[in-house]
Write a protein that binds this ligand. Structure first.
Ligand code: GTP
Ligand code: MG
Length: 321
């Protein structure tokens, strides 16, 4: 029986292969196990993953014994519709941004290196919640777990202080990431991490010419958004950008004969087809799906759609099994 693994599986598998750090490997293996559809065709693969997980746990235990504590390791379990991790040099405003985007209270300081551990907040975007992760500043000897957080994210938010030297700071961040095999662009292809760039402190005094040169240099490869966390400039647009860049859609399921209710969407990856969405929602749906009807703002008002029809954000679907 074919395994029919979702594209996300191969992405995580690639990350698993790329890292040498056992604790990161463990995170990826656990993710792989949660991603694979649970059916007969994947039983062998599930067993292999479980064996690998137990081996890597033994390795970690051995490391701990030989190195004392083995060094602290921090990871953030994913929650909500996607995980966005903030990346930036000291004092650029990461914690301030987390606080304005979410319900979190991360310490903000006048001095660099205020944040020492990851801090999580949930950002509301319309009717879904997106997980935002504030991180310690990136510096030359940053711990491996910080890169682990970056790698594991669904989207990186690269944050710059526009009052400083944005080109120099951006290149510093990019080099640190590249040195750890994390490559960023706005484009979707290849082995890249999705990233948005925000230039913070737009309210303060900065060199307008330097800003212009910076934007011109990077605008083809990155979406760059000026913001101010203190004046709340650009924050609502940023939320929309984050949602768009996560590449997710919200799908509402409707019961036959019942009205459309758009309050509790299922969040799926963009590009998903009717049949794959059916499987995601209920294993048996895939096997038994006869047809589906669709409603949306683009002109569908209950028409039947093919199983390979690609779904869009805010579609309403009625599965007939
Ligand atoms: N003018 C201005 N100052 C800001 C803005 N956002 C943050 N700051 C200030 O910048 C300083 C650093 O802010 P933090 O949010 O602690 O920065 P951080 O990136 O979390 O810093 P570390 O945790 O040390 O890496 C504080 O004094 C903030 O008040 C902004 O939009 N405009
Ligand atoms: Mg901070």
């Amino acid at each position: 029986m074919p395994a029919n693994l979702p594209p996300q599986y191969f992405e995580v598998e690639r990350q698993y292969r790329e890292t040498k750090e056992p604790r990161e490997k463990l995170t990826y293996l656990q993710q792989l196990l949660s991603i694979i559809p649970k059916h007969k065709g994947t039983e062998k693969l599930q067993a292999e993953l479980k064996t690998k997980i137990s081996k890597i746990k033994t390795t970690i235990e051995k490391q701990k014994k030989s190195k004392g504590s083995g060094g602290a390791w921090y990871q953030v379990e994913k929650q909500g519709a996607g995980q966005v991790v903030l990346v930036g040099l000291p004092n650029c405003g990461k914690s301030s941004l987390l606080n304005v985007l979410s319900n979190a209270h991360s310490e903000v300081g006048l001095y660099p290196y205020t944040t020492q551990l990851p801090k999580v907040g949930m950002m509301e975007f319309e009717n879904i919640k997106i997980q935002m992760v504030d991180t310690p500043a990136l510096y030359e000897e940053a711990p491996a777990w910080l890169y682990g957080l970056y790698r594991n994210s669904d989207l990186l938010l690269i944050m710059l202080d526009i009052c400083k030297d944005p080109i120099n700071d951006f290149e510093k961040i990019r080099k640190a990431l590249n040195d750890k095999n994390i490559f960023i662009t706005r484009h979707e292809f290849g082995d890249v991490k999705k990233a948005l760039v925000v230039s913070n402190k737009a309210d303060a005094e900065f060199d307008e010419n330097a800003r212009r040169v910076f934007v011109k240099k990077y605008q083809d490869d990155f979406s760059i958004m000026p913001i101010s966390t203190t004046r709340l400039q650009g924050i609502d647009i940023l939320k929309k950008w984050i949602f768009d860049r996560l590449n997710i859609i919200r799908l509402y399921t409707k019961k036959t004969g019942k009205p459309i209710v758009k309050d509790d969407p299922v969040v799926l990856l963009r590009g998903i087809t009717v049949i794959d969405a059916a499987e995601h929602i209920h294993k048996d749906f895939k096997k038994n799906l006869k047809y589906a009807r669709l409603w949306n703002e683009k002109g569908y008002a209950g028409q039947r759609v093919e199983k390979n029809h690609v779904l869009c954000d805010e579609d309403v679907i009625e599965f007939h099994v």
